[in-house]
Ligand binder design. Structure first.
Ligand SMILES: *Cc1c(COP(=O)(O)O)cnc(C)c1O
Length: 472
């Protein structure tokens, strides 16, 4: 028989240990959480991709008044799993085709468990030698895999939006420094003007970077794009040593690539800077089958890409690379005193953040576990599966709006209303998940095959469901 109720017992434990926290047994707690995580991971393929209405309604249980007293950590994890897990979107399960969302490779998920236990601050080498060292390793590997210049430097950020912002800030720093203007110290007021050039189908994240960076969303020269969304190189305006041209490797809708070779040549002649938004598309170049698409992008000056999309690293994980390593450091350093040549690379002087998680760990786990051939296979398999999905849609008499060059498919089921209705039914049905987009004025369903976990069977089941719901 228990003498005290459990809240009383917890209070007694707290007093006895003079701790503000209830005593928990870490090994049992971690095993408890790990069990639940494993259960989630092994059941996620079988469950509907979208959470049920009931599961979403049950999230109300989180809305309690801020608790006055501590509670058992096991109860915290149990509640998180009971209420939280059913209300997740099963994007790691193999039949999620929304936005451009990858899964999480098994080695990545496992490495992230260990890394979160380490709880390392990756700001500086002295705070975590392993975080800094793995960051060096993955930046070197990525440079090589993407065919980028050997002396470019980079940083690990949250996402491609942050990578675009970081790169454009470095670009501006370099162009203004060449004009004798120190933008870090003297700011933008009175600085020589920098001209931004973007394609008509520029990703919204670049526009956000323009707004955050004080470039101004509207102060851009927009270059016409073709029917696949590729910038028309012949329509480029006159460039100068104060122009920054933003090009795309992989349009978020069509997967199309801007003609990088031509654009980079024009920019080089003028002394302009070329920035590449290659959130997922840059990774296509890993495969000899798709290398032609990414040809010329290595001639640019900076690159933004994601690891949490096609590379299947868990969230969040973006990468920025800059040819002029000093420009990146000058733009991102916390203090000019840190710009010592020859010193070891300190992560925090390459990104907007100071304290941050050790993103290099999961990235390393992904690249190490896949190897070159695994990466190639990931790219080639997902592209082949996207083509298969597109073929099923066309065979069923519906329209595919884009040339399926990599892993992106745009489908139309007739009028905008009809297409939106099919998207709604697909999301409700739960076999798979596809979102909507507007492509050059036409409402479309966007299907992005980006996960290592997607199998042929997943594609057949999903295509069956989409076609059945479109015919209803
Ligand atoms: C997804 C995407 C982005 C933004 O990526 P985040 O990681 O969400 O910031 C930028 N550009 C392109 C081409 C994308 O596909």
């Amino acid at each position: 028989m228990r003498l005290f109720s459990s809240p009383q017992r917890r209070l007694i434990v707290m007093h006895a240990t003079r701790s503000t926290f209830p005593l928990v047994e870490p090994r049992r707690l971690r095993a408890f959480a790990a069990d639940r995580a494993v259960d989630y991971g092994t059941s996620v393929r079988a469950r509907p991709v979208s959470p049920s209405r009931d599961a979403i309604a049950a999230l109300e249980r989180f809305h309690e008044p801020m608790p006055d007293a501590p509670c058992d950590a096991r109860d915290v994890i149990a509640l998180l799993d009971e209420v939280g897990s059913p209300a997740t979107v099963a994007s790691t399960g193999g039949r999620y085709f929304g936005f451009v969302i990858g899964g999480s490779l098994p080695a990545v998920t496992a490495a992230s468990w260990l890394a979160s236990t380490w709880d390392q601050n990756a700001a500086m080498r002295v705070m975590s030698p392993v975080a800094a060292e793995l960051e060096d390793v993955v930046l070197g590997w990525i440079r090589e895999l993407l065919g980028l210049p050997a002396d470019c430097d980079g940083g690990l950020v949250t996402c491609a939006t942050a990578a675009n912002f970081t790169a454009l800030t470095a670009a501006r720093s370099a162009l203004l420094a060449r004009a004798g203007w120190n933008v870090e110290d003297d700011g933008l007021a009175g600085a020589p003007a920098v001209e931004m050039v973007v394609g008509e189908e520029v990703h919204a994240s670049v526009q956000k970077a323009l707004s955050l960076g004080g470039f101004g969303r509207r102060r851009v020269t927009v270059v016409e794009a073709d029917e696949q969304g590729r910038m028309r190189a012949e329509k480029l305006p006159g460039l100068s040593e104060r122009s920054i041209v933003c090009i795309q490797a992989g349009n978020v809708n069509t997967g199309a690539f801007d003609p990088a070779t031509e654009i980079c040549e024009r920019a080089r002649e003028a002394g302009a800077w070329v920035h590449v938004d290659g959130a997922f598309g840059l990774w296509a170049g890993i495969s000899p089958k798709y290398r032609e698409l990414t040809a010329g992008f290595e001639k640019a000056d900076s690159w933004a890409t994601d690891a949490h999309k096609w590379l299947n690293v868990s969230y969040d994980s973006g990468i920025v690379m800059v040819r002029d390593a000093m420009a990146l450091r000058r733009a991102m350093t916390i203090s000019a005193a840190y710009l010592m040549p020859g010193a070891m690379r300190e992560p925090m002087h390459h990104v907007p953040e100071a304290s941050r998680k050790a993103r290099g760990v999961e990235l390393w786990a992904a690249l190490k576990s896949l190897g070159r051939s695994g990466l190639r296979d990931l790219v080639e398999r997902t592209c082949a599966l996207a083509s298969r999905f597109a073929a099923r849609i066309k065979d069923a008499g519906f329209e595919v709006l884009n040339d399926v060059v990599i892993n992106q498919v745009l489908a139309s089921f007739g009028t905008a209303e009809k297409t939106l209705e099919v998207i709604r039914r697909v999301q409700e049905d739960g076999t798979c998940w596809c979102g909507g987009t507007v492509w050059q004025g036409k409402t479309a369903m966007r299907i992005s095959v980006s996960s290592w976990a997607t199998s042929e069977e997943d594609i057949e089941r999903s295509a069956d469901a989409v076609i059945r719901l479109a015919r209803q």
